[in-house]
Design a protein around this ligand. Sequence first.
Ligand code: SAM
Length: 331
Amino acid sequence: MNATINLENKHFPVLLNELISIISPLYGGTFIDCTFGQGGYSEKILENEKNNIIAIDRDRDVLTSASKFRQRYKRRFKFYNTKFSQLNNINFKINNLKGIIFDLGYSLGQIKNSQKGLSFFDKGKLNMKMGINDFSANDVISSMDENNLAKTFKLFGDERYSKRIAREIVKKRQDKIIKTEDLVQIIDSVKKYQKTKIHNSTKVFQALRILVNKEISELINALINSFHLIPVGGIIAVVTFHSIEDKIVKFFFKHYSEQRNSSRYLPEAKVLEKCFQLINKKPILPSLSEIKQNPPSRSAKLRYGIKTNNNCDFNDFREKFKNLTDIEDLR
Ligand SMILES: C[S@@+](CC[C@H](N)C(=O)[O-])C[C@H]1O[C@@H](n2cnc3c(N)ncnc32)[C@H](O)[C@@H]1O
């Protein structure tokens, strides 16, 4: 979950000052906000009148905020209701693109919206579709085979009891449609109400949400497409909220900012140029005062890179996370 909104639903865009201090040297151009949400990042960037924003979000519920932005900022603000993996397919003319920004995850407002069914406190039919999806959590739970269910829970949720939970789901679904509350009950029955810091259902629900929204493929394709879209000298910046996302973003920036050979197997293979310059090798984390004001921000990590050349191929990147994207392609 992302930490943009605190428990009273007050809006707190996470790591905002840190992000702004990174991108402000490039001010005077267009920034793509790939995760518009309530517009916290966009608003701050638009404070500078020389900046334009192209905003993207897959969730139609943000359209109200987006239309207010349109009224206020006129031609300086454009919004597209699409998935960020499609950012290179949007039919627009971008003048002077300077930065592409991601604030991954979902806001607390979205998590609390019972129609989306992201929370294990919800009741009723499983859903988890965040917008522009091919299938729902209900489709997964009612039709995916036992082996792939277990794989999903293990790889996307690091769920220790993945096999037993998958077995119980397959058994129970022969008698009835498994609703949100039934899934919680199945997980509780397998885990025997163990006392851990996190809720018994957290990992399975995270795994299902990642699968339904194809979050891994979305992120990998969006990073690659961002690289091809941004000119040399532009910035790609990403705020992550869980370890799978961060592993992907870390590899993307680290691997492609190091010297690499064009082939691992040929000693005479040519050395490839670096694709990014990294100013910070380590991620930027929220300050103690931000965590105090907005406790969920504690899991946020900000990584960024400055593009240094146009010739990069991302086969290693795709290969590295193929085991994860393969599961998303199962449905
Ligand atoms: C954490 S919120 C962003 C909050 C925003 N930075 C702000 O300050 O209000 C993440 C947003 O990204 C959107 N999102 C998540 N995955 C997406 C995807 N693959 N494509 C487009 N939007 C996505 C969610 O719908 C959500 O509104």
